[in-house]
Design a binder for this molecule. Structure first.
Ligand code: ATP
Ligand code: MG
Length: 838
């Protein structure tokens, strides 16, 4: 299983992976650890990330960015409608009513759902992770803003599925940061001690999130969270863009907003200026050449002016801080540290305000850009059986209070009940008891729409089916389990009917004496345990203790009391019957639509791959033309006849022209054939050049080897005692082989010296190397034969003295050999250092 964390930001994304050495933020193919959240559509393929961002000016209508906030939103959503007018690309309504983006792709107008667009981005991030880990990636943890509602979260989960990812947990940005902070801290208070309270602040491009966490050894508990989804770096860019649009209108009479390309460039420059102002308080220039109508524009700005223009935005910094303090009833003194992250947290005025509010220096111990991705990867590692990670439990909070409403059985009115109050611990399950004779439905909704950054408080409708009365005609007891899962998503996860297999009063119990109530409870717990085992990994993170029984209303309580009294009299056995639940969730994608998206994403990935291969094939032709053109008048000049050079040059020139005209847009095979055609002419020239480079080296090695053996033969003939143990016949063989090789070498060199460089060589380096090998195999074992051991005189230590003689002999013979060919396996082994295979 893969261990990967993805921070999918509004402006940029980060990928962190777990490796044996720890958590690592990995770079994409541009050696950039940040991947822009951009997708660009072209006539033949998509570009994603950096490649898409680079098209934001040239292909602005089909390059989408800033789509993160459209997840789980209707096209008619006021947020979407308001954002629409500021976008350079088009939005459109999906058949289901959700938001889609309209672009030209493959020369056709297409509408992609927001899940599809995010899936494209995730596909890119997945590839980055796969390249780093060198294996397929599926399991991962993805970050989402803590203020996301269910519909938004489910939409991101769908995007992950479209991209072929198995998202083990959707993690709130600030919780991921809290994990990245806490898991490495060795000095956290013991479990029974007062926890360490830390505030985490993330100021991103689009959103501002704050959370308070309580840390003890091995655990973190989120106490509360607050946010302003409408405050981030982009709002500060907006202030600058607005200023310069007005200034350029006055100064140059330009209507910047009428030209999408110019507007996109202005956004880019204003963002750069904003970043510069964080580090610099002096006047800073903004210059854009050929901005519009061939006019160069320029202006200046400075930090003081910027802060003044952003007064309204800066005034929004405090509200979420105040909110978390009120929610958690903490005093400022209770706070151990305020950790800030997110790109826009670098704006000095924001930092100042946060610091002033808490009366504290801010901590920047975490990597402001990468902490979210790292936290997600850590969570993934905790969930993965493949990694041994320090135990660390995380308790989240429910950000908005959730209620259920239903038509009451008795008086036909509407009843409701808050099942999860704000800041209730999550993940968590509750079991509700209803008394019904027929199927009924529950509607889940956020009961405080005022604080919801989303226009519709509905979560979904859950129809509990197949409810029947008891055989006696009385209402049946129906247990409904509601849950906020690890992704922070609410669901009615199961429902069961308590079927009474009753025996008449005074009769013997059928199988057990357990009173009905206890039995039910037991079954309920059993069922919970089974679920935890059987369900997918996301549910694995559940704990049995996360379940709570809850009464739905006073009426029900009374009815249950009545029931209990009855059960006291009669010995009753009960059975739980699972009931089917039909969900209708807010903006939930239908499974057939999802399957189609999965299929289409696969097709688009394939199309991108084919297009890349086609482009690569074209580039190889282009590169070859340029390379050969240079070399034909450079290093290769002497290796080709003048006539051949001229005709080859002409061919290269023709190909270059062809690439700009007819060859501009051809099938991959056409480029492959074109390259092969050129190489047919170029390869022999390059090969002659290579031979001329290699030949002297190979000859040198052979010459040295011949000399080496010749020396041994001469020493042997001179009765050198070093060699007197060698066999005469064998030594004659060596001499013969050496002489033959020398003759071959001299002949070859002679013939070659008469040859011009532009002709094919008489002898190839490969043949010379083969000769060297042949000589080695024939002679080496003879001349390196060790001298028989002489019994050493007692008092001396001749082994040590004699040893090196033989050793020298052997190694000398070997050093004369070609480096490539002589290495027997033993030699290689002896040279290898001991390797730790663990
Ligand atoms: P979100 O968290 O809202 O989804 P994101 O994660 O993509 O968005 P970040 O990468 O945390 O956002 O932050 C990007 C923002 O930070 C941009 O607006 C960028 O201009 C801003 N930013 C980055 N560096 C600086 C800086 N030095 N000074 C001011 N702003 C900066
Ligand atoms: Mg972010």
């Amino acid at each position: 299983m893969s261990v990967v964390g993805f921070d999918v930001g509004f402006q940029s994304c980060y990928v962190a992976v777990a490796r044996a050495g720890g958590i690592e933020t990995v770079a994409n193919e541009y050696s950039d650890r940040s991947t822009p959240s951009f997708v660009s559509f072209g006539p033949r393929n998509r570009s994603i990330g950096n490649a898409a961002k680079s098209q934001v000016v040239t292909n602005c209508k089909n390059t989408v960015q800033g789509f993160k906030r459209f997840h789980g939103r209707a096209f008619s959503d006021p947020y979407v409608q308001a954002a629409k007018s500021g976008l350079v690309y088009d939005l459109a309504q999906m058949p289901t009513g959700t938001t889609g983006i309209k672009v030209m792709y493959m020369e056709e107008e297409k509408v992609f759902s927001i899940e599809q667009v995010t899936a494209m981005l995730l596909t890119k991030l997945k590839e980055t992770a796969e390249a780093a880990l060198k294996k397929p990636v599926a399991d991962c943890v993805i970050s989402v803003p803590s203020f996301y509602t269910d519909a938004e979260r489910r939409s991101v989960m769908d995007a992950a599925q479209i991209a072929g990812l198995n998202c083990l947990r959707l993690m709130n940005d600030t919780t991921a940061v809290a994990l990245a902070y806490g898991i490495y801290k060795q000095d956290l208070p013991a479990p029974e001690e007062k926890p360490r309270i830390v505030v985490f602040v993330d100021v991103g491009h689009a959103g501002y999130q704050v959370s308070v966490c309580a840390f003890n050894k091995g655990k973190l508990k989120v106490l509360g969270s607050a946010f302003d989804p409408e405050l981030g770096g982009k709002d500060f860019d907006e202030v600058l863009v607005k200023y310069f649009c007005e200034e350029f209108a006055q100064k140059y009479k330009l209507d910047v907003r009428s030209k999408p390309r110019a507007l996109v460039r202005l956004y880019q420059e204003c963002e750069k200026l904003k970043k510069l102002m964080s580090a610099n308080s002096s006047d800073l220039p903004l210059n854009i050449e050929c901005f519009m109508n061939d006019i160069d524009v320029s202006g200046t700005f400075n930090r003081a002016k910027f802060e003044e223009s952003c007064t309204d935005l800066l005034a929004k910094v405090e509200a979420p801080l105040r909110s978390i303090m009120e929610q958690t009833r903490l005093k400022k003194d209770d706070i151990y540290a305020v950790e800030i992250i997110g790109g826009a947290s670098r704006i000095p005025a924001i930092k100042e305000r946060i610091s002033k509010y808490f009366g504290k220096e801010l901590s920047t111990t975490l990597n402001a850009d990468e902490a979210v991705a790292r936290g997600c990867a850590l969570q993934c590692a905790i969930l993965s059986p493949a990694f041994k990670v320090r135990e660390f439990s995380i308790t989240e909070v429910v950000p908005y209070p959730i209620s259920l409403k239903w038509t009451s059985a008795a008086d036909e009115g509407i009843s409701d009940c808050e099942v999860f109050p704000k800041n209730h611990a999550a993940p968590f399950s509750k079991v509700l008891t209803f008394y019904r004779k027929e199927p009924f439905s529950l509607e889940a909704y956020y009961n405080n729409p005022k604080e919801l950054p989303y226009p519709d408080p509905t979560i979904g409708q859950f129809n509990i089916q197949k409810v029947v009365p008891q055989p006696s005609g009385e209402s049946s007891k129906v247990k409904v389990k509601v849950r906020v899962n690890v992704h922070g998503v609410f669901s009615v996860s199961s429902a069961s009917l308590v079927e009474v297999l009753k025996s008449a009063e005074g009769e013997e119990p059928m199988e057990t004496e357990t009173p009905a109530k206890e039995e039910e409870n037991k079954m309920q717990v059993d069922q919970e345990a089974q679920k935890a085992q059987g369900e997918d990994q996301k549910e694995n993170a559940e704990k049995k203790s996360d379940t709570e029984d809850m009464e739905t209303s006073e009426d029900n309580k009374q009815e249950e009391k009545k029931n209990e009294t009855q059960t006291k009299k009669a010995k009753v056995k009960t059975k739980m019957v699972d009931l089917p639940i039909e969900n209708s969730l807010q903006w939930q994608l239908a499974s057939d639509a999802l399957n189609l998206f999965v299929e289409n994403e696969g097709k688009m990935i394939m199309q991108d791959k084919l297009e890349k291969e086609r482009n690569d094939a074209k580039n190889y032709v282009e590169e070859y033309v340029y390379e050969m053109r240079d070399k034909l008048h450079g290093v290769l000049e002497n290796f080709v006849s003048e006539a051949d050079r001229d005709s080859f040059s002409l061919k290269l020139e023709d190909t270059e022209n062809w690439l700009y005209e007819e060859g501009e847009d051809q099938q991959k095979q056409v480029y492959i054939d074109k390259l092969a055609e050129l190489k047919k002419l170029g390869d022999p020239i390059q090969s002659r050049y290579r031979e001329a480079e290699e030949r002297p080296k190979a000859l040198d090695v052979l010459g040295r080897q011949i000399q080496q053996y010749m020396k041994v033969v001469e020493a042997y003939k001179a009765k050198d005692e070093l060699y007197d143990h060698l066999d005469e016949l064998e030594m004659m063989k060596v001499e013969k082989q050496v002489n033959e090789t020398m003759t071959w070498m001299n002949n070859s060199m002679n013939l070659q010296s008469k040859q011009s460089l532009s002709q094919d060589p008489v002898v190839k380096a490969e043949e010379i190397q083969a000769k060297t090998k042949e000589l080695f195999s024939a002679c080496n074992h003879i001349v390196t034969k060790p001298k028989p051991k002489v019994e050493p005189p007692k008092e001396e230590t001749p082994a040590e003295q004699n040893g090196p003689v033989n050793g020298q002999e052997g190694s000398e013979a070997q050093t004369g050999n070609t480096e490539k060919t002589q290495d027997g396996p033993e030699n290689t082994k002896a040279k290898l250092p001991e390797m730790d295979l663990d």
